[in-house]
Design a protein around this ligand. Structure first.
Ligand code: GTP
Ligand code: MG
Length: 202
């Protein structure tokens, strides 16, 4: 899929106020500072469509962007930054969990994982929660430029092994780097294919 246009629509802290239109929607979620906003800029080839920062907690609202006047891309705040609590409710801000529970237009989410780290409890917990809610998602490993190819392979495998302890199969996954422009076409084609299937089945 080629991106012809990418525009900011609105920011919200309340899912009820998000755009009402019925176009397909894809949301990017993950720990603070994992690179959600940077990835969105990489995918859309726009330098600062989504605001990024070296300090965790930059994105604080649900941000809708419209792509090719055809589908919504959503940049969400990170989880797991504000004083991590043992209870899922507090770890994942309520308006984020409400967004996933209530947003009927959501076709699929992308859970971003920093490829450099061992599987982290908060990420596993979030994916577990998404599974329980039956929300389809793919994994996007970020910051692949920070590791050598062999280490990337090893880290993906480690993740796979941990996930397969609770999941029947490894979720669909992508390896990306926003600084080196890695993985862009894979993610865009994946979204493009789903959009085509959706419009063919209408
Ligand atoms: P919050 O909005 O705070 O939840 O963070 P975010 O997940 O949107 O992260 P953001 O895109 O703001 O990036 C956080 C930091 O990571 C910034 O300093 C980015 O420059 C850096 N970063 C993001 N993606 C990459 C990447 O692919 N490679 C490298 N090396 N750095 C990256
Ligand atoms: Mg952000």
């Amino acid at each position: 899929m080629k991106i012809i246009s990418a525009e900011f629509v609105m920011s919200n802290s309340d899912v009820a106020k998000c755009p009402k239109s019925n176009i397909p929607e894809y949301a990017f979620i993950g720990r603070s500072n994992v690179g959600k906003s940077s990835l969105i800029n990489m995918l859309t080839s726009r330098k600062s469509l989504a605001k990024t920062s070296g300090r965790p907690g930059k994105t604080q609202l649900i941000n809708h962007f419209i792509i090719n006047k055809e589908w919504h891309l959503v940049d969400l705040p990170g989880y797991g930054y504000a004083r991590v609590s043992k209870s899922t409710k507090k770890t994942f801000q309520k308006f984020i969990t409400d967004y996933f529970k209530q947003r009927e237009q959501l076709v699929s989410a992308f859970v971003l994982i920093d490829i450099r780290h061992e599987p982290q409890p908060v990420d596993l917990e979030f994916m577990q929660w998404m599974g329980e809610q039956q929300i389809p998602f793919s994994i996007i490993f970020t910051k692949a430029d920070k590791l050598k190819p062999k280490a990337i392979e090893r880290h993906v495998e480690d993740y796979q092994n941990v996930l397969l302890e609770t999941w029947e199969e490894m979720p669909n996954h992508f390896v990306t780097s926003s600084t080196k422009n890695i993985g862009k076409d894979d993610v865009l084609n994946y979204i493009g294919n789903i959009n085509e299937e959706l419009s063919a089945s209408k």
